[in-house]
Design a protein around this ligand. Structure first.
Ligand code: SAM
Length: 209
């Protein structure tokens, strides 16, 4: 399997689908997505779909990763929080763009696997933490950018408080069936960017079972 060609084809498709941010496309063009999926899924790692990972969770669809990253408008001096490490793929994309990234995952086994892989791939600027970040991760605040990659009932006030005044938060907000991609600024300004479907955010400020 020629993963490099697969990756180039995926980037061409992302362009066709309307992704315009060259920095985002360049980051995606560098990252070996096949390393972030289960061994048996490597051959289909570059299809435009989400895939299952351990603990009943998912690695998001490439278009959604690209679109959310584009909406986040990450700059090279930014300190970024990701809620929901999952496979670590999105954290790697953020690691390519930001100064540093704190990514929090509630499943210890996923956090450990992502930490090891990101380390092996040389992402020294990405820190993976195990815990419930539904209300953010106070000890790293304030963040220039916050990305939530699990379906959220709302953007919690704690998350807004942990975001820099000129920062932005991107999150899928809605119910457990369907969400809207929301961009929120701490000033209260908000925009919506289409429907998505994510696995639920759990924990203190997430969905109850
Ligand atoms: N960004 C991930 C990637 O690139 O593979 C995909 C994330 S997956 C769609 C959502 C992740 O959020 C799951 O791994 C899930 O365990 C995690 N999660 C759910 N609730 C959480 C919480 N309260 N704190 C931290 N992680 C949470």
């Amino acid at each position: 399997m020629d993963y490099e060609r697969e990756r180039e084809a995926m980037v061409r498709q992302l362009r066709r689908m309307g992704i315009r941010d060259e920095r985002v496309l360049a980051a995606i063009a560098k990252i070996p997505r096949e390393r972030f999926v289960r061994d048996e899924d490597r051959q289909i790692a570059y299809g435009d779909h989400a895939l299952g990972i351990a603990e009943g969770q998912t690695i998001s669809q490439p278009y959604v990763v690209a679109r959310m990253t584009e909406l986040l408008e990450v700059e090279s001096d930014h300190h970024v929080l990701e809620v929901g490490t999952g496979s670590g793929y999105q954290a790697a994309v953020l690691g390519e763009l930001a100064r540093d990234v704190v990514s929090v995952e509630r499943h210890a086994a996923l956090a450990e696997q992502a930490r090891d892989l990101l380390n092996e791939l040389g992402y020294r600027n990405v820190q993976v933490v195990t815990g419930d970040a539904s209300a953010g991760y106070e000890s790293g605040a304030p963040y220039d950018r916050i990305l939530v990659t699990a379906a959220s009932p709302a953007i919690s006030p704690e998350l807004v408080r942990q975001c820099a005044a000129d920062g932005r938060i991107v999150a899928p907000v809605g119910d457990e069936e369907m969400q809207q991609l929301v961009v929120r600024r701490p000033s209260g300004q908000e925009s919506r960017h289409g429907a998505v479907k994510f696995v639920p955010l759990r924990g203190q400020a997430g969905f109850r079972h």
